[in-house]
Design a binder for this molecule. Sequence first.
Ligand code: TXA
Ligand code: MG
Length: 332
Amino acid sequence: MRTEMLPASDPAAVRLAAEVIRNGGLVAFPTETVYGLGCDALNPEAVARVFEVKQRPSFDPLIVHIGALSSLDRLVHAFNPGEHRLMDAFWPGPLTLVLRKRENVPDLVTAGLPTVAIRMPAHPVAQALIREAGVPIAAPSANPFSYVSPTTAEHVWQALGDRIDLILDGGPCPIGLESTIVSMVGDQPELLRPGALPLSDIEAIIGSLVCRGGSDRRPPVPGRLARHYATRTPLTILPARGARPLRTGERAGLLAMSDPVSRNGYAFVEVLSSSGHLPEVARNLFAALRKLDALGLDRLYAEPCEEQGLGLAIMDRLRRCAATIQSEEPSL
Ligand code: TXA
Ligand code: MG
């Protein structure tokens, strides 16, 4: 199959993409977080193709993207005041809520769970696509399972270019990190995945969240699997900014949070933000990881950042990228 890549600024391209979705096809499209691989959420055959193309295990449920609150009624059961407040405050935006699903959401979308993850993206292209398609759009990040999420149409093209129907090119994603996922179905709201919306913003609206963390959750949440968002080149997080590579004799790349103290010892350095500004770090993170990963280096080192605000999600992604067999790790 030859995938078409069309500019999202052309309304005819968005109309065509909506038609592809309505006909059971697969369209990669930009959101404010990362590119999604979308299909009609209510069409089980289309959903099955998304799993196949991504080589995603069937126990990993998808997020359903909606364009308006009025679509919620047919997807989930009545929601409570806390959920209302979060939707009011953060939708459209990078917050995904796990809610109790209705029967017409296919089991394949939710991996058989009685819950469904819902998000209302803010990106104008995502909004236009959902509106034109007239159906909710199930979309995981548009990358092969467990690899780094795509933040440009090029990233999608490189990995999935021959396996999907259409790519809408809307330029680089403005945030660059996946949405924050909060489950609203337990006794207390629970953070399932730190993401683009800082935890403190959510807690300011509904009070403190349960944060269990770890990768031993049941049912498993693949965004929480130890090794996810991973480069092929092994990655090690440095104990502090400015640290030298931990092994000698290897060709190493450095992922620097800000202009590095020293480039000595590194074959290649990617600076995420010259001033260390976290939104800029987030925006550049996945593209920089891909760039370093393509250089055939022996090892990548990443500087740490403070785990506050966006820093929580940035360090979460770096740790998951770094998670590997213990014996491969140089001792810190
Ligand atoms: O920013 C984002 O969230 C992007 C854009 C495209 O919207 N999407 C994204 O999707 O990151 P994906 O499939 O890569 O990650 C979705 C995560 C998965 O780890 C999945 O396990 C979790 O959401 N999830 C989905 N439905 C769930 C449910 N019912 N209960 C718990 N976790 C769920
Ligand atoms: Mg993903």
